[in-house]
Design a protein around this ligand. Structure first.
Ligand code: SAM
Length: 225
């Protein structure tokens, strides 16, 4: 049966890759990558020489037609993103949806699970994670204020991704909208400068203001219930 694999890859530490992912990378005909150079480093570390092709957020719709053609020609493809689980705040859901629409039952779309920053961050946060709301990246402008207000009202833990350029602004907003909620920020998970910072939004802001060199890298923000 025709199969298409959606494979999770490391979020920082290249050892965080499953045995199944490595076997499949060797077996498939082509790996679709967000950035072929990023995935190339992972494949090179494990001496895997499988061909790669780019598939990213700005890929044209014709790329999907090309991918469909390859699968019709009995090629087996895998999809990865630069880091973590494809389609989670990453490209791929349109492709998966189009593949389901085109092939129906005749294509098996298989998840090869592995890291995701969201789940990794929650697992070390100490916050109750039986239930939570994930917002991905917050909008930069329109709707941002409303979302912060929704977070303030939420009875569940709320998780979102934030860039180093906007983390201080996000903290300002949290100080003004929910100054007393406990927040936890997981930064650079699985990387050399991995750390978890927690406290009120003001505590966390103070930490970053006194440690400006830490306002870089990748952040997952979690707001306690
Ligand atoms: N698909 C990915 C996943 O499953 O985690 C997420 C991709 S999204 C484009 C990238 C965002 O995830 C970063 O801006 C950051 O918020 C978060 N992230 C990714 N790697 C991280 C890490 N090692 N430490 C903290 N946050 C990370």
């Amino acid at each position: 049966m025709k199969t298409f694999y959606v494979i999770a890859t490391p979020i920082g530490n290249l050892e965080d890759i499953t045995l199944r992912a490595l076997r499949l990378f060797k077996e498939v005909d082509l790996v679709l990558c967000e950035d072929t150079r990023v995935t190339g480093k992972l494949l090179a570390k494990y001496e895997i020489k499988t061909s790669t092709m780019s598939y990213h957020a700005h890929s044209k719709i014709q790329k999907i037609d090309k991918i469909i053609e390859m699968i019709e020609d009995d090629k087996t493809l895998a999809l990865v993103s630069d880091a973590g689980t494809p389609t989670i705040s990453d490209p791929g859901s349109l492709l998966v949806s189009k593949l389901r629409e085109h092939f129906g039952e005749s294509l098996k779309i298989v998840a090869v699970p592995g890291p995701s920053a969201l789940v990794s961050a929650l697992s070390i946060s100490g916050l109750s994670s039986d239930e939570f709301t994930f917002l991905g990246f917050l909008p930069h402008k329109k709707g941002r204020e409303t979302l912060f207000k929704e977070i303030a009202e939420s009875k569940r833990v709320v998780v979102f991704y934030e860039s180093p350029h906007r983390i201080l602004k996000a903290l300002e907003k949290m100080i003004s909208i929910f100054p007393d909620r406990r927040i936890v920020i997981a930064r650079e998970i699985t990387k050399i400068f991995e750390e978890v910072i927690s406290g009120t939004p003001k505590d966390v802001q103070d930490y970053f203001l006194s440690n400006p060199s830490k306002v870089k890298g990748e952040f997952v923000v979690m707001v306690g219930a």
